[in-house]
Every structure is written in structure tokens, then in C-alpha cells.
Design a protein around this ligand. Structure first.
Ligand code: NDP
Length: 318
């Protein structure tokens, strides 16, 4: 059982992954140079994070590609990726828990005006603003997959009015919403979901349909003074349009974990905008220890001939 660990990550990260994966699945032969696989045990699985384009093209026995990341848009963008490969993305309860924490923190902070109070502290200004109850705050969670579903459920638990939005018409499992979450689906529902929201939390995958979703038109469809929390991918948001909407007061605040260009360049206006909170793509970091256990379970099941979990539908792009 030869498994290719294929990644363009910096050396220290690659080493951490190799150690965690080898410890979780010691019975596999872990290989980092595809040429090093023995002829009688060719590579049938690749475990990837940021694989160099073309790296998976010339492996005749390869059947399964397991991503170490939840988002697979970069992997799918490689035109040399053989069409018959099964691709699985990372779904790790530890990562889901981390994302729920970040989404909850952001919504609580925005609801309770903490960015405004932090600015007041910097100016040594004592000023009290009216306090809204959670059930007076409408939250839209875009994406009702592994992460969106968990975040929406937790937010509903805090008493927020929560609408979650999904594509629909697909085969995603376990899509029934939690108590207190109203589920909407399809492009026709988006405008109403946005128009009703005080806080929008984006947890969509990046696909041709969702790229640039938050452009000038969609930002204008939000309630005046609404806030945006983008925890998914930078390319969901047209940054120039977002800056314009913030400057006009159409949006009151944006919490951004992801950007068009990462790391966010030091001169980028988002760093210093008073109505923006910047995080360096840390909403839910992949934890090598728990993710390696997820990989080990998946690969052992695959070799036993069981169905692959969290398969990517290449037609849908997620
Ligand atoms: P899933 O694939 O489990 O869920 C995707 C959800 O988005 C589904 O509900 C799906 O609808 C919905 N969706 C997809 N396309 C559309 C569309 N065109 N219109 C409406 N809804 C749509 O993904 P995850 O929850 O695991 O992850 C979501 C994203 O979060 C990842 O792709 C990644 O980009 C990002 N992420 C960010 C991290 C960070 O640290 N910032 C960490 C991890 C992930 P349906 O249910 O109908 O299929």
C-alpha cells in the first residue's frame, strides 16, 4: 500500500504532516517522490495539500486523492487531474469545532458592538449604545454543509434568528436543519436571505457559481448597516466593491479571514480600514493530529473496499 504524500507546503509543515500521517497509518508505505514507489506496490492513493500542478497526472495506478484541506478549488483547477480519480475532501470534527467557534465569536462580537467598543477604547471614549437581544438579530449562514450546518445550529442555540442557504437539488447527506434554523435553497432565495440579514456568515465553497458572489450588486442587496463575516474563500468577495460598500456605510463591518491574495499585502487598504477585522486565514486550521486520524480511517476503509467518505463532485465543483 504505497501512498504518495504530495504537497508544496514549506518543509517544516510537510515534516509535521509526514510524522502525523506515518504515526496514524504506519502500515502504509509513505512516499514523497512518486518515482520511489516499488513496481510491485504502485501508488494507489495520494494524500495532498497544495500539490504542484501536474503532480498527479502520471500515476497509472492512482485511484483516490484525499485532500488534507476542506476546500478543493485549487486541486480541481489543475487541468491535468485525470477525470476518473475519486477525490475526497477533509472533513474533521476538530476543524468543524474550530470553525463554529470563529463564526460564533464573530457573530457575538458584531451583535454586541465589540468592534465599536474597541475603537472607543482606543480613543478613551466612554459611550453606551443600545443593546439588542439575540432574537432581534437575523443571521444568514451561506452554505449548509459540514461547516455551515454546525455554525448555524450553534448560532440558533444562542437565540439568533438564523436562515441558512444551500444550493439544493444535490445529494449532500444530513441536510436537515437544526432546531431554530430556517433552510432556504437555490439562487432565487438568495436575495431575500441577504435582504433580511443583519449579519451574513459566508461558509460556501469556491466554485464557478460562488466566485465573486459578494459584488456591488449583492452588497447593495444587504440591509443597510449589515455586517459580513467571510470565513470561506477570498474570491467570494470583490474586495474593491466591499471597500466601497464599507465607505458608504452600506456595510457596518466586515470580519475577513480569507483574501484574494494571501498573505494580505502590507499596503492593502483592508488592513487599516476602521470597519474591517482581519484574520490571517485561521478560522479553522487543519490540525495534523486529528486530520491524520481522519485520513487513516478513510484509507483503511478504502482498502477494505468500502465507500469513500466526503467525495467531491467534480461537476458541482465541491
Ligand atoms: P461542504 O461541501 O460540506 O458544504 C458546502 C455548502 O455550500 C453546501 O450546503 C452546498 O449546498 C452549499 N453550496 C455550494 N454551492 C452553492 C451555490 N452555488 N449556491 C448555494 N449554496 C451552495 O463544505 P464545508 O462546509 O466543509 O466547507 C465550506 C468551505 O469553507 C470550504 O469549501 C472552504 O472554502 C472553507 N473553509 C475555510 C476555512 C478557513 O480556515 N477559513 C477552513 C475550512 C474550510 P448543498 O447542501 O445543496 O450541496
Amino acid at each position: 500500500m504505497s501512498v504518495l504524500l504530495c504537497t508544496d507546503l514549506p518543509d517544516d509543515e510537510r515534516r509535521r504532516w509526514r510524522e502525523a500521517l506515518t504515526a496514524a497509518l504506519p502500515e502504509a508505505r509513505w512516499i514523497e517522490d512518486a518515482q520511489a514507489a516499488p513496481a510491485d506496490d504502485p501508488i494507489d492513493v495520494a494524500v495532498v495539500a497544495k500539490p504542484p500542478p501536474g503532480a498527479l497526472a502520471q500515476l497509472p495506478s492512482l485511484r483516490l486523492v484525499q485532500s488534507l484541506w476542506a476546500g478543493v478549488e485549487r486541486l480541481l483547477a489543475d487541468p491535468t487531474l485525470p477525470p476518473q480519480l475519486t477525490i475526497a475532501r477533509m472533513v474533521d470534527p476538530a476543524m468543524t469545532a474550530a470553525m463554529v467557534e470563529t463564526a460564533t465569536w464573530a457573530v457575538l462580537a458584531l451583535h454586541r458592538d465589540f468592534p465599536r467598543y474597541a475603537a472607543q477604547q482606543r480613543a478613551a471614549r466612554w459611550q453606551v449604545h443600545p443593546q439588542r437581544r439575540a432574537d432581534e438579530v437575523q443571521v444568514a449562514v451561506l452554505g449548509h454543509g459540514e461547516l455551515g450546518r454546525a455554525a448555524a445550529a450553534r448560532l440558533a442555540g444562542f437565540g439568533y434568528r438564523v436562515q441558512a442557504w444551500r444550493r439544493g437539488g444535490g445529494t449532500t447527506d444530513g441536510t436537515s436543519p437544526a432546531t431554530g434554523v430556517e433552510l432556504r435553497q437555490g439562487p432565487a432565495a438568495l436575495e431575500a436571505v441577504l435582504a433580511a440579514a443583519d449579519i451574513v456568515v459566508n461558509l460556501l465553497p469556491l466554485t464557478p457559481d460562488t466566485r465573486g458572489l459578494f459584488d456591488a450588486r449583492r452588497l447593495a442587496a444587504l440591509r443597510r448597516g449589515a455586517a459580513l463575516v467571510n470565513l470561506a474563500r477570498g474570491a467570494h468577495v470583490v474586495e474593491a466593491d466591499l471597500l466601497a460598500a464599507l465607505d458608504r456605510g452600506q456595510l457596518s463591518h466586515a470580519v475577513l479571514d480569507v483574501f484574494d491574495v494571501e498573505p494580505l499585502p502590507p499596503a492593502h487598504p483592508l488592513w487599516r480600514h476602521p470597519a474591517v477585522t482581519v484574520l490571517p486565514h485561521v478560522a479553522a486550521q487543519t490540525d495534523e493530529r486529528s486530520a491524520s486520524q481522519v485520513v487513516a480511517r478513510q484509507l483503511r476503509a478504502f482498502w477494505r473496499g468500502e465507500p469513500v467518505q466526503h467525495r467531491v463532485d467534480r461537476g458541482r465543483g465541491y
